[in-house]
Design a protein around this ligand. Structure first.
Ligand SMILES: *Cc1c(COP(=O)(O)O)cnc(C)c1O
Length: 374
């Protein structure tokens, strides 16, 4: 949160999210179970995928989680005062500029290149680091050749060897097996060093993916990246918006910017206080955005378990829903409409905007009043 912006007052907010920390803990316990004999860590980068890294990590630490992953040293520094005795890994590595902060907060950098390795081992006085090897996605990490050579060098060994799956959400993708095989081979070059490969989806690939430590992120927060995986994760976040006004409109009239949607019947419209500035992405509009010529429908809201479609373009701060099919007593100014949560899954809400659960959660803006339970 930027210092210029106080947390929203719940009474004044027209969009809110509630975070069920009991469900978060239950999801972690399920993932730990699925991880077999491996320890189960937690990715809490990007402010805990938008739900609040301090709240999420503190709850998981109470449950027994000891290995956390953040993206940069700032995220690690803000967690440290709340979690004095856990390992906090910094996935984006170390720079000369972040070295002091990494030391001050006792963070473990994930070293991603031979240059970073030389810098850290030359400067950090034997402190622990993790070594990331790229086994097939050309993102961060040493190449397999560099890693094999590094293992032969006289550099002090890493505390943790890791790699990351490119396609684990598609269990049948041939790259999964290739990455597992390559990681296995490289692990043999670093005898008796702990290894970590699996993210949420990777955990479902079974024992060959588990090694010593797993690193789930999205599934902790209720995401189900593998379509038919068992068990289903419990929803953690419920996002809702408030109805500001109900209006009656006539068949044939247009709705929202660009007059891109025309009502096919006399309609009741709920105008709600959420928009793309709150992460309710414009691509989820009911009509008038490029995605609507490719995907059949836009986003939905839900009230009393009944779905109501977004109509017309989602605007910066406001969204219109067609509530004609609801009873008069079911909705009115001041009512709350669910955007995702118990009725509408995070995946469904994301797909309606042509995106993924990860982007949906991390896009939630700063205007949501947040409530934590559990
Ligand atoms: C984000 C991330 C994770 C967690 O991934 P999910 O798909 O959210 O489970 C694990 N490892 C690395 C390196 C990551 O960047």
């Amino acid at each position: 949160m930027s210092p210029s912006q106080a947390p929203p007052d719940p009474g004044a907010a027209t969009t809110r999210m509630s975070v069920d920390l009991t469900a978060l803990a239950a999801n972690w316990l399920s993932l730990r179970e699925l991880s077999g004999s491996a320890r189960c860590g937690a990715a809490v980068k990007a402010d805990g995928y938008g739900i609040g890294a301090i709240e999420a990590a503190s709850r998981l630490a109470r449950e027994g989680c000891r290995d956390f992953f953040v993206a940069d040293a700032n995220e690690g520094a803000s967690l440290r005062p709340h979690l004095p005795d856990v390992r906090i890994h910094v996935l984006n590595g170390v720079f000369e500029d972040s070295f002091a902060q990494i030391l001050a907060h006792d963070l473990v950098p994930v070293i991603n290149s031979t240059e970073q390795a030389a810098f850290w081992t030359g400067t950090a006085d034997g402190r622990a680091y993790a070594l990331h090897i790229d086994t097939g996605m050309n993102r961060l990490g040493l190449t397999p050749e560099q890693a094999a050579a590094y293992a032969q060098s006289d550099a002090p060994p890493p505390a943790l060897l890791m790699s990351h799956f490119a396609c684990a959400d598609e269990p049948g993708h041939p790259l999964n097996a290739r990455q597992i095989e390559m990681f296995e081979a490289l692990k043999a070059c670093f005898p008796s060093i702990e290894a970590s490969l699996a993210n949420s989806a990777g955990i479902h690939l079974g024992k060959p993916a588990h090694h010593d430590l797993t690193r789930p992120g999205i599934s902790l927060y209720g995401g189900n990246p593998v379509a038919d995986a068992n068990p289903k994760m419990r929803p953690v976040v419920t996002a809702e918006t408030r109805v500001l006004q109900i209006r009656q409109a006539r068949a044939g009239q247009p709705v929202s910017y660009g007059a891109a949607h025309f009502l096919s019947r006399d309609s009741r419209i709920a105008v709600c206080g959420i928009g793309y500035a709150d992460g309710f992405l414009r691509a989820g509009s009911g009509a008038g955005v490029p995605l609507r010529s490719a995907a059949p429908k836009g986003a939905f809201g839900a009230i009393n378990g009944k779905r109501v479609p977004v109509i017309g373009k989602i605007t910066m701060d406001l969204t219109m829903f067609d509530v004609t099919d609801l009873g008069e007593d079911e909705i009115g100014a001041g009512s709350w409409i669910e955007l995702f949560g118990p009725t509408i899954s995070l995946e469904e809400a994301a797909q309606a905007a042509g995106t993924i659960s990860y982007e949906m959660l991390t896009s939630l803006g700063r205007r949501h009043a947040r409530r934590y339970t559990g």
